[in-house]
Design a protein around this ligand. Structure first.
Ligand code: HEM
Length: 266
């Protein structure tokens, strides 16, 4: 539900983003061998763009995951208070990625390639427009103008639409490359110092996939409502227990997949 933002909530969201930025930059520095000083075949912001959208996607996924976390684990209740700010910072990073990709990566992604017929571009563009819409919707002045129920409906389904368009954007663009890496690995080059480490996009997408599975499970099997009803707090102990169990088991399955990816070419 709507809650007014405080500076502290933004500080926590920014702190979380800063930790992820540091982690992902370090990882890509090891994998690629550079962050900004790219070889002549790549743009200066090529790697940084990956860092930014890696963090943005994880934050958007977290925004989607906080609901189930709060429903199943009592000690995380206060995370609900940071959800909006985490979403806004994630959205801001995703939009920055859109601008960077469109304007500042001419070597890797020339502008002529971004046409409406290009499905990944179209999906990214629609996702970005929905993010802008959700941002406007989260302004205090707009919230006061709207009926609370409709506002909440638009927020929830808006975020779901962003997630769906992100999945289309990434899977259509990256699936073939991921499969190739899984089957053949890669050989070191000037652009890629350690190709045997999995790409950041793949790691981030796995997290996003897990979050989607947790949400789908609760919508289909726990609440059986296709996500239509509001349910911040789950009072039924049995439902809570089942949700928690699925959450924990699927979490460990995700960790096993991460281990597999890191050991694939180790
Ligand atoms: C909701 C908004 C968006 C989200 C959440 C999003 C998310 C992502 C993600 C997760 C990746 C994979 C990164 C990787 O594998 O390293 C990606 C790649 C990419 N996106 Fe987006 N994107 C969005 C909007 C856009 C827009 C509007 C554009 C174009 C102007 C765009 C252009 C690209 C390009 C060119 C790549 C490939 C980057 C690379 O391989 O280095 N994205 N996006």
């Amino acid at each position: 539900m709507h809650k007014p933002s405080s500076l502290k909530d933004y500080a926590i969201a920014i702190f979380l983003a800063a930790i992820l930025l540091t982690l992902f930059s370090s990882y890509l520095l090891i994998r690629r061998g550079y962050l900004f000083d790219a070889p002549p075949s790549a743009d200066t912001f090529f790697v940084f763009n990956k860092v930014i959208i890696g963090v943005g996607t994880v934050l958007l996924a977290l925004t989607f995951l906080i609901g189930p976390i709060v429903r199943y684990f009592d000690r995380f209740d206060k995370w609900l208070g940071y959800r909006k700010e985490i979403g806004i910072i994630g959205g801001f990073l995703a939009l920055s990625h859109g601008i960077l990709s469109y304007h500042f990566l001419p070597l890797k992604f020339p502008q002529e390639k971004f046409t409406i017929e290009n499905i990944p571009f179209l999906a990214g563009l629609i996702g970005s427009l929905i993010l802008v819409f959700l941002f406007v919707l989260s302004l205090e002045r707009v919230i006061h103008l709207m009926d609370g129920k409709r506002w909440w409906f638009l927020q929830r389904f808006g975020l779901r639409a962003v997630i769906v368009f992100t999945v289309i954007h990434v899977v259509v663009m990256k699936w073939q490359g991921w499969m190739k890496w899984l089957k053949q690995g890669g050989t070191p080059s000037a652009e890629l110092a350690n190709p045997l480490l999995p790409g950041l996009g793949m790691l981030v997408s796995l997290f996003l996939a897990w979050v989607i599975i947790v949400r789908l499970y609760e919508s289909i099997f726990l609440f059986k409502d296709c996500g239509f009803t509001t349910k911040e707090i789950c009072t039924d102990e049995n439902t809570k227990k089942r949700g928690r169990k699925f959450f924990i088991i699927s979490f460990w399955v995700m960790i096993l997949v991460y281990i597999f990816l890191f050991l694939r070419w180790a």
